[in-house]
Design a protein around this ligand. Structure first.
Ligand code: ATP
Ligand code: MG
Length: 359
């Protein structure tokens, strides 16, 4: 029976499997290798695993969600969903369980056989309670979770496996920095490699820095602009706000590839009004200065903890969607005084590493 590796991201999920020919990433029914977390309108629940309803993070997230939260009898966070025409409260484990059930089905139809065993990645900063909660979700989905591994460890495995030229066990190890910025968080690790051996020297993170901060900065800016220009209160209209979010994320991605002025146009945005505006990369970077400033700290902590100096670093490998933002790449390169490498598949590396763990 095959063991699948699953990367359950805040925004995107990937599944990989080790086969005789190597590691393969599995596509879903839309022939897409990426399965978005958003099913119906439920998303953004990854960080509610193992968190109390009264946790300040949970309370801060509440107004941003298109669904309600509910305090469960044990103090944990419950998610209120309209299910079969009735309001029902689910545990986070049940919600992630549903997502994993879907990913299990995707795997089974791609592999044409039952899938039970899996390895799942979690952020390196997840606590024991948070890990246990993810583990419970795998059981709800009928999966047998052989191991939970840290995102950055999975990336290190994916890196090490195909490198033919790693130093022998007697030689000085090759030290590689792995940087992963996803939608919700930022993780860094430094790993030492010898042939057949991998040692994680340090891990560091910013729990609350990710692509979504950059989307929110754009949303804030345009909400303010449209209030003055079109007398629209976007925040009072959840549907319009959601559309603006989607358009801002698209604009953010376009700005990664293009430094010139780019348009933002939304037809029939609210009250039949078409809105339009412009933005360029320079303005965007000024607007996000507070987030860009936070890139350095986890890099510094990881380097200090590893007790290495910059000269001991062989390569800096980046993965995760948000590392495509040029200003983020620049800051990482500048800190390590080194060009960054992108030898790994930025989106699939975590899932591929998970698949390797039990291959
Ligand atoms: P997490 O690791 O925090 O749980 P995730 O694994 O779901 O989240 P990824 O799929 O690695 O996150 O990255 C998604 C983020 O990357 C989103 O914020 C998305 O907008 C952003 N992103 C993807 N492509 C680009 C791009 N070209 N330019 C800027 N941002 C991008
Ligand atoms: Mg991720």
């Amino acid at each position: 029976m095959s063991v699948v590796g699953i990367d359950v991201g805040f925004q995107n999920c990937y599944i990989a499997v080790a086969r005789s020919g190597g590691i393969e990433t599995i596509a879903n029914e839309y022939s897409d290798r990426c399965t978005p977390v958003r099913h119906s309108h439920i998303h953004g629940f990854k960080k509610f695993h193992g968190r109390a309803f009264d946790d300040p993070f949970v309370q801060a997230e509440k107004p941003k969600l298109p669904y309600g939260l509910h305090k469960l009898a044990n103090g944990n966070t419950g998610i209120k969903v309209r299910y079969l025409d009735e309001d029902t409260v689910f545990t986070v484990e049940q919600i992630t369980g549903m997502l994993l059930t879907k990913l299990k089905e995707t795997s089974e139809s791609a592999l044409k056989k039952p899938v039970v065993d899996c390895v799942i990645s979690v952020p390196s900063f997840f606590t024991d309670a948070e890990r246990r909660s993810v583990f419970d979700a795998t059981q709800i989905a009928g999966l047998n979770c052989l191991r939970l591994i840290n995102d950055t460890t999975a990336v290190a495995l994916a890196y090490g496996i195909y490198k033919q030229d790693l130093p022998t066990p007697e030689e000085r190890p090759r030290n590689v920095v792995f940087v992963d910025m996803g939608h919700s968080s930022f993780q860094v690790s430094i790993t030492a490699f010898n042939k057949g051996k991998l040692k994680v020297l340090s891990t560091a993170f910013d729990l609350y820095l990710g692509g979504r901060n950059f989307d929110e900065a754009l949303v804030d800016y345009f909400c303010e602009e449209f209030k003055g220009k079109y007398k629209l209160n976007v925040r009072d209209n959840p549907r319009a706000l959601l559309r603006l979010h989607q358009e801002c994320e698209k604009l953010k991605k376009l700005m990664s590839a293009n430094s010139s002025d780019l348009p933002l146009n939304i037809e029939c945005f609210m009250n039949d009004i078409d809105v339009s505006s412009r933005m360029n990369r320079g303005q965007f970077e000024d607007m996000c200065a507070q987030y860009l400033m936070r890139v350095e700290m986890p890099l510094k902590v990881a380097l200090e903890q590893s007790k290495l100096s910059r000269d001991d670093i062989y390569a800096v490998e980046v993965v995760g969607g948000a590392t495509r933002i040029p200003a983020i790449k620049e800051r990482i390169a500048k800190f390590f005084c080194k060009d960054i490498s992108t030898t790994l598949n930025a989106d699939e590396a975590v899932a591929r590493g998970c698949a390797l763990q039990c291959a």
